[in-house]
Design a protein around this ligand. Sequence first.
Ligand SMILES: CC(C)(COP(=O)(O)OP(=O)(O)OC[C@H]1O[C@@H](n2cnc3c(N)ncnc32)[C@H](O)[C@@H]1OP(=O)(O)O)[C@@H](O)C(=O)NCCC(=O)NCCS
Length: 165
Amino acid sequence: MNPVAGVRYREATVADVAEIARSRLADPEAGRADPRMAAYLQGTHHPQRALAPRVAYVALHDPDVAGYIAGHLTRRYDCDGEVQYLFVAPRHRRSGIGSELLRRLARWFAEQGAFRICVDVDADSPSARPFYTGHGATRLNDHWLVWEDIRTLLPSGMRGRLVGQ
Ligand SMILES: CC(C)(COP(=O)(O)OP(=O)(O)OC[C@H]1O[C@@H](n2cnc3c(N)ncnc32)[C@H](O)[C@@H]1OP(=O)(O)O)[C@@H](O)C(=O)NCCC(=O)NCCS
C-alpha cells in the first residue's frame, strides 16, 4: 500500500454533497452518487429499518473529495449498523483511503455501541467484495456481508477503551 500524501479526513455534512457527487463522476462505471444522499444526511431519507443516528466522512485531497463513507444504526438483518455508502475516486484507489474511511466509520459505530455491522455489496463493483472480505467481513446472504464485531477493525488500544460501551 502506498499512502497518499496530503489526504485529510473529516466528518461530512450536507454541504459536502455537491463535491461528493462530483468526485463520483470520475468513475462512470460506479454510476452517479445517490440523489437521496443530502436527504439521508439530513435525516429525511431513511434506508430500510434505519434508525436516526448516522454519520459520513470525507477524505480530502485539496481541493477535491478523494473518497467518502457513510453509515447508520439499523435493525436490518439483526445488525446494529449498516454501511450505506463507500467510494474512493479511481486515481486514489489502492492507497489505503477506503481502509481509513472504514476504520473511522467503525470507530463511530463502536462509540454508539453498534458492533454487528452489515453491508449490501455492490455486485457490479470488482473491488467491493475483496475490499470488505479483506477487512474481515463474512457472508450474510447472497448480497450482504457482515462483521460480527466491527471493533476488530480498530487498533487494539482503542478497542479496549470501547469495550462494554
Ligand atoms: C472498494 C473501494 C472503496 C476500496 O477503496 P481503496 O481506497 O482502493 O481501498 P484500500 O486502498 O484501502 O484497499 C485495501 C485492501 O482492499 C483490497 N482491495 C481493494 N481494491 C481491490 C481490488 N480492486 N481487487 C482486489 N482487492 C482489492 C486489497 O486487499 C487492498 O489492500 P492492498 O492494496 O494492500 O492489496 C474502491 O475500490 C471503490 O470506491 N470502488 C468503487 C465503489 C465501490 O465498490 N464501493 C463499495 C460499494 S458496496
